[in-house]
Every structure is written in C-alpha cells, then in structure tokens.
Write a protein that binds this ligand. Sequence first.
Ligand code: KIV
Ligand code: ZN
Length: 512
Amino acid sequence: MADKLIIFDTTLRDGEQSPGASMTRDEKLRIARQLERLKVDVIEAGFAASSNGDFEAVQLIANSIKDSTICSLSRANDRDISRAADALKGANRARIHTFIATSALHMEKKLRMTPDQVFEQAKQSVRFARNLVDDIEFSPEDGYRSDVDFLCRVIEAVIHEGATTINVPDTVGYAIPELYGNFIKTLRERVPNSDKAIWSVHCHNDLGMAVANSLAGVKIGGARQVECTINGLGERAGNCSLEEVVMAVRTRKDYFGLEMGIDTHHILAASRMVSQTTGFVVQPNKAVVGANAFAHASGIHQDGVLKARDTYEIMRAEDVGWTANKIVLGKLSGRNAFKQRLQELGVQMESEADINASFARFKELADRKSEIFDEDILALVSDESVSHVKEQYGFVSLSQHSETGERPMASIVFTVDGKEVKAESDGNGPVDASLKAIESHVKSGAEMVLYSVNAISGSTESQGEVTVRLQNSGRVVNGVGSDPDIVVASAKAYLSALNKLHSKADRVAAQG
Ligand code: KIV
Ligand code: ZN
C-alpha cells in the first residue's frame, strides 16, 4: 500500500478557540459537511466535555458525517473521556483524543502535578478510553518543550495501554523546522514500541512556521498525520493551514512521495465558508486561497503565463476550486442554473426549502448587481439568515445621508424578536451613524474591537463583506454581513454580532 499522509482537521476544535470564532451547532455541521466533501480523514468536531453546546455539536456531527472519522478532544480524566465517548456513539468511526501537559513548566505551574502523577494519569486515561473506543489519540501538551526522556517514558506507556496515534504538539509555536523534525525522529527512534502507533504533528504558528514545522515533522521525523485547520484558523497566530500543507505535499510529491485522500477541488469553498462563518478574513496574499494567490499583475508574468502556464504557476487554480470563468450567473439565471452552480461549488443544501430561500436571496441580489460571481454565491449561502436558527435581531432597511461638511445621519429599521423597530442617529460617518442607531435601541454596551471591510470579488461593483468583532463581559464574538452597499453590510454584521453575543449556551469555546 502507498505511504499515506492522514489529514486531521481541527478547525472545529482548535480553530474555534480563536477570539470570536466560536460557532453554533448548525454552523459546525455545515463546515463538517464541507470537510467531508474535501475527504478529510479525521474531523476533530469539538471538545465534548467543555459545554453542553459542544457536546451536542460533536454528537450531531458524529450522527451526520459518515465518510470521515469523527474525533472529540478530552482532558485525561474519566469524566471527559466518558463525555467524549457518549457524544461519539453515533459515529461510523470514532476517535477519542486525550491530552495532558508534559513540559516541566506546564506540569508545575498549570497542573501542579509531579511528573510521576502526570505519567500515571496519562496511562490510566488511555487505558480507560481504550475500553470505550478502539481509536485513541494521545497528545502530550507542550510536547515540544518537554524533557525528551520523560516524554519517551510517557509515550511508551500510553502506546502500551492502547494509544493508536501519538501526536506531538508544538503548543506555543516555538519550534524550528529542522529541530522539530529531528525531535519527532528522536522520539520514534527511542520509544521501543513506536512502530505500534501512527505519529502525528500539531504545530502552532506563533513564529510563522507551523506549516514548515509540520512538513519537517513528516519528512525528517516520519510523521504520517498532520493536524491542521482551514485558513490556518486558531488561537493567537493560528494553526498549520490545511490548504498549504496539502498543496505542498501534492505539488512536491517528487520530494514527499506521499498519497493523500483529499479532494483539493473543494478547498476554496471550505476556505470561504470558514472565513464567512467565523469572521476571520483571508488576507489577499494568503497562499492557495487568498484573492491574489493566482493573480499575475506584472506584465512579464502575464506574458509568461499566457505563453506557457508553468513559467510562473506551480499549481493549477482550478485544482483548488478557483474557476477560470468567474462571471457565473445573472438576473435571468433560473433556479436550475443556480442549483447546479451550488453543486459545482461543493455547497450542499439541507433541503429544497433551503435552496428556495437561497434562490430568492440570489434573485434579490441579481436585481441590484448585474454580475454574480462565485464569491457572491458563497457569501449568500453562508449568510445566517438562510440558516434555521431564529435570530433575535434581523436587518430590514436602512437610509443614510452624508455630504461633505455635514454630519452624516442614518435611519435603520430592524427586527427584535420578529417586531420591527426604527432607530436614528448621527455619527462620524454613515457606518458609524448606522451602528450608533442600532446601539441606541439595543444598548448592548459592547465594545467594538475590530471592524473590517473586504470586497468579495475585487471591484467596486463587488459586494462588501464586513466583519465586526464585539467584546462584552469577557465574551468575544464576530459578526459578518455582506451587501453591495457597505453601510448595509456593516449594519448586518453588527446585528449578526449582537445575535451571537446574546445567544447563550451554544457559543462556549472549547478550552485546550
Ligand atoms: O496545541 C495543543 O497542544 C493542543 C492539544 C490539546 C493537542 O491543541
Ligand atoms: Zn493546538
């Protein structure tokens, strides 16, 4: 059998730990379906014991996704492990991922445990988990900064207890590629039963080296599982990016010599979906999925690409989901053309009613915007107003006036629990006036910690996609709104953030 690299996606668990990126059950399920379409081998769906919301999300994904292994994170204790096993009951293939910190710093300062206590707890937990599920992953948290002798002792013991995957996290993103690769190699050489488990890498991006470190762990260290997230989403500077690691291994197969099961054509749709759901915008020059990733601006490059593509292109844009013909639909396009385009983009709707709702929104947009791009369609179907959740606040209409030398005014109509209300305010600019008008009625008291506008498809004719991050009483949420009018997009984003702020149990992020 060819040497295979397992792709373990943790967008829904480690990715969700980014500020404001926590997702509802339905949002998680939509992303899990997209990950299944991508043919990700393992989906870490959440941390079942961290909240009821997370338990239900893991359970829903375990019951709905059939082609990927579904995994839940769990601390190394019986209660967490039992919760994970319960949530995973409906899965075709279930994995429990249990972890405990092994670095001197974490054991002493965070856990307040001795190395011997940690050793015993790791062993007991894997033994307990193995009685519930066959597929057990063990992670020594802060593994890369752990004493190598102690780490070898712990890993040998947990493999003996039945751990089938050993994951070595660089929890704080401290590693350097060559050193990390050699660290994995040393562990594999020194642990006597290392051949009884698959070795996995899990790198954070604090020094911008998560992808490079993961690849070194594979090439030098011999790891055969990479843990990663879509768009590199994750706490602080994020995790190893799935699209980058997958395209590196695929494009440089001559060097890595590894097979993967991933269907790369769904990468872009996954990236858009995660970005629009979490409010984490993808930078234009981001490898593989950034708007400029395949754009050749300089004359010399354009000329070269027209003569022979591979003069400046090492990957084909189509292979990751970019379409050559970007203008896809217009005002006269029918429901069937719309439905077919959704299929081509890898978007699967739950029901005909959902397709109808999205199609109605498409028609509305097409009335205002002559050319509808793939990006518009992806934004449209990600919009929460298509989802089944009854939100507290909903956008209805907005008018605003601004003129040089005069203070802008905005008047907005929106719904609160289904009832229309009207609010007005002035402000420094039309966006400021609109958001102040909403706030004058809602009085959330939330602090805005981020506001960003992004053109969905490049030109001024494009829809604007606005992200608003609000913070209140220790909670951070992101709201996203899109519309050809950026003032309206801003109001929608603000209302979306308020909805998230006001919904309670669902949105507790897992703690790693
Ligand atoms: O970064 C980390 O150490 C983790 C573990 C829980 C695997 O996410
Ligand atoms: Zn992590």
